[in-house]
Design a protein around this ligand. Structure first.
Ligand code: DAK
Length: 260
């Protein structure tokens, strides 16, 4: 039985998924992608998991990209098929996860690795992190959503610069352009991600899920985000979480949301 490439630890509601391929700087091969997809799926129905943290093993890399040795001999149909499969089975599912996903970027986040972080809802980087989409230096372009999500997060001009130069940027530059939400020392990275996870976890799980859905609606073709917000907002009033949240405020106590 081969060793799994993903370490999964659940600690009081926070599920930390650590990609474990240190010999290849945690590069995404098809097994890592399949194991991650399975873990994200399982988390959706795991009532004990409220927030997910994604990180890489060791102190050098979050994920140094898709596994170059694996895709080196692909042709056009295979590249297209696998890009679609990867986007649908993993990257879109991370973005649409009902439970918030925080990427804790502990080193190189390149190519598919940065795309994994871009699909996450929030990014926290260590001050040692280096991020980039170097695909054009290999003769391809980002294939796991990078051409779409990077401009959504940092704006079109900065995304053009990063993708066309293929250059890496450091954590402080990433913070300045909004690519990451926070930068901390490497040893403080997982505690900072855990702290943010717990500040999300205090809130209504149902409302977290609905807020993610409403935010994403604005980026979908043919959907009016404001209309989606109105619908999601209205639906909130039917939930047990709404009753508990407002009742707890009135009674001056902490809410006990159902399902926690
Ligand atoms: N793939 C496979 N192995 C990798 C790797 C990667 N992306 N990155 C590093 N490694 C391996 C190295 O080959 C080396 O293995 P050994 O030679 O020891 O066996 C080991 O990890 C340590 O790496 P280095 O010796 O290179 O370490 P350094 O500190 O010198 O350099 C580095 C660190 C991160 C600067 C360097 O490793 C590097 O440039 N890595 C490659 C970065 C990169 O270009 N990543 C790929 C980006 S393109 C697709 C969809 C999406 C994509 C592809 C296909 N389809 C749907 C088909 C996405 C493509 C990308 O991600």
């Amino acid at each position: 039985m081969p060793q799994p490439h993903l370490l999964s630890i659940l600690n009081e509601g926070v599920l930390t998924l650590t990609i474990e391929r240190p010999e290849a700087l945690n590069a995404l091969n098809s097994r890592v992608i399949a194991e991650l997809a399975q873990a994200i799926d399982a988390a959706q129905t795991n009532a004990a998991a409220h927030v997910i943290i994604l990180t890489g093993s060791g102190s050098k890399a979050f994920v140094a990209g898709a596994d170059i040795k694996e895709f080196a001999d692909f042709d056009a149909p295979k590249g297209k098929e696998l890009a679609r499969l990867g986007q649908e089975s993993l990257f879109n599912r991370i973005e649409r996860s009902a439970k918030p996903v925080i990427a804790a970027i502990n080193g190189f986040a390149l190519g598919g690795g940065l795309e994994l972080a871009l699909a996450s809802h929030v990014r926290i980087a260590s001050d040692t992190a280096k991020m980039g989409l170097p695909e054009v230096s290999l003769g391809v372009i980002p294939g796991y959503g990078g051409t779409q999500r990077l401009p959504q997060i940092v704006g079109k001009g900065k995304a053009m610069e990063m993708i066309l130069t293929a250059r890496m940027i450091g954590a402080e530059d990433a913070l300045a352009c909004g690519l990451v939400n926070q930068v901390v020392a490497l040893e403080d990275l997982l505690p900072a991600a855990d702290k943010m996870a717990r500040s999300m976890m205090k809130n209504s799980p149902k409302a977290l899920q609905t807020a993610i859905q409403a935010i994403l609606a604005g980026y979908e073709d043919g959907i009016n985000g404001f209309e989606a917000e109105i619908t999601c907002f209205g639906a909130s009033f039917e939930t047990e979480d709404f009753k508990e949240g407002t009742q707890a405020f009135i009674e001056k106590r902490k809410p006990q949301f159902p399902g926690k």
